[in-house]
Design a protein around this ligand. Sequence first.
Ligand code: BGC
Length: 251
Amino acid sequence: MQCLGVDFGGTGIKGAVVDLVAGELAADRHRLPTPQPSTPEEVAATIAAVVAEVTGERPCEGPVGIAVPAVVTDGIVKSAANIDPSWVGCDGRALLSDVLGREVLLLNDADAAGVAEMRYGAGSGRHGTTLLLTLGTGIGSALFIGERLVPNTELGHLVMWGSDAEAEASAKAREVRGLEWQEWVETRLNPYLAYLESLLWPDLIIISGGVSKNPERFFPYLRGRAEVVPAQLENNAGIVGAALAAQEALG
Ligand code: BGC
């Protein structure tokens, strides 16, 4: 079984046909830069171009799952921390289903990555409380009890150090502040994890996002009460999870 998945990120919009049995891409993924400003109309046009490239190479009927870096409830985008503010209140489902001529499922990007990791990756077979964190431009979070998702948890916006935790502890914040991996983990990530653990007491924490491709750079310094593991689907988790969620909801 195959389904289309798209991941709308801060710098790129990526899409691919996903093999939902294997939990991996069925063919090469296509990527276009995220338009700036990232308004709904411009992003919708770019998503349409990515989907046209993907399906031009590998036809795929049916719905498309789209992961977005924002709160989404019932197809409506409700926040815009790292995207154009005009997304707030936008009926993303109506806009994108219109532009694509397909049924569309919209969900938060961290939730999409989490759905994929719970089914095919680091969370597979786990029954307790799992927290997935995506460390990228911002920090995304996805909370699960077994495979059951609590959507839109937005734990990157917990207040620490007088601002949003993501402003200090994201992968981008490490680069912007010029921190070495060890310093970033010891002064930012470990206190953030400790705060999350004191609130949620997860059994498992999955670290996702681009940094999870090279866990050896920072995992040795991580301290958690819970088991802390790197994600297994790397950069494709959002695409795979969006496709899986769309197939399950609309397929
Ligand atoms: C947004 C989240 C998103 C995360 C990762 C945060 O700034 O509020 O919705 O999941 O960034 O992209």
